[in-house]
Design a protein around this ligand. Structure first.
Ligand code: 5RP
Length: 218
């Protein structure tokens, strides 16, 4: 799938115009877009400013000499480029495998256009399975109970390289929720947002009007 991700990432980078201020998402597909942006900065003297959505992206941008700014300095962005875990035909999606969906959603909200870059395996007919949610650790158990009330189940994400739970870039926990079926992603996003202690879910259903999808093929 790497060549498909590279194709999508490189194509997205071609969409960036000189002077653009862009949100830079997180994940392996976005790293390809950054690679091509770095080449364009060198070859075409392209000037851009990026708002990173994670430590991963920020550290990589520093290595690549992609200049960074913050959402506070630039609350309006020309473009946000990001990957996704699942995208349905209405351009609704699930994100958050990398636990970066909270900042990713803030950046998408600030952007005029949301450019989603995926390989073919991410395109589904119905969103299903794992929905990550970022949760205040104080409310973790009550949130788990509320997820059960919604007909799902949740598990605190644990990682490698550290015992115990994954702590997000924002100092919160990630709960991976499972729902047998997601008949209305919009409704589920709203219901999850209404649970005290959930900071943000990985469901992205409100940005379809400004979403453009680029699917890379092998
Ligand atoms: C991180 C994300 C990623 O954008 C998503 O998981 C896609 O990652 P990749 O491009 O590595 O497949 O939402 O929280």
């Amino acid at each position: 799938m790497d060549s498909a991700k590279q194709e999508a990432g490189y194509r997205a980078a071609e969409r960036v115009r000189d002077g653009d201020i862009i949100g830079i998402g997180t994940g392996s597909t976005v790293l390809y877009a950054m690679e091509r942006l770095q080449q364009r900065m060198y070859e075409e003297k392209l000037t851009i400013l990026g708002v990173p959505t994670s430590y991963q992206t920020a550290y990589r941008a520093v290595e690549m000499e992609i200049p960074l700014t913050s959402l506070d300095a630039h609350p309006r962005l020309d473009l946000a480029i990001d990957g996704a875990d699942q995208v349905d035909p209405q351009l609704r999606m699930i994100k958050g495998r990398g636990g970066a969906h909270l900042r990713e959603k803030c950046v998408v909200d600030a952007a005029e256009t949301f450019l989603v870059i995926v390989d073919e395996s991410k395109c589904v007919t119905h969103l299903s399975g794992n929905v990550p949610v970022e949760v205040l650790s104080f409310a973790c158990t009550s949130v788990l109970r509320r997820i059960v009330d919604l007909g799902g189940s949740g598990e605190i994400r644990t990682g490698s390289g550290k015992d115990g739970p994954v702590i997000s870039d924002n100092g919160n926990l990630i709960i991976d929720c499972r729902f047998a079926d997601i008949p209305s992603p919009e409704e589920l996003e709203m219901k999850l947002a209404a649970i005290p202690g959930i900071v943000e879910s990985g469901l992205f259903t409100r940005y379809t009007d400004k979403t453009e999808l680029m699917v890379g093929k092998k």
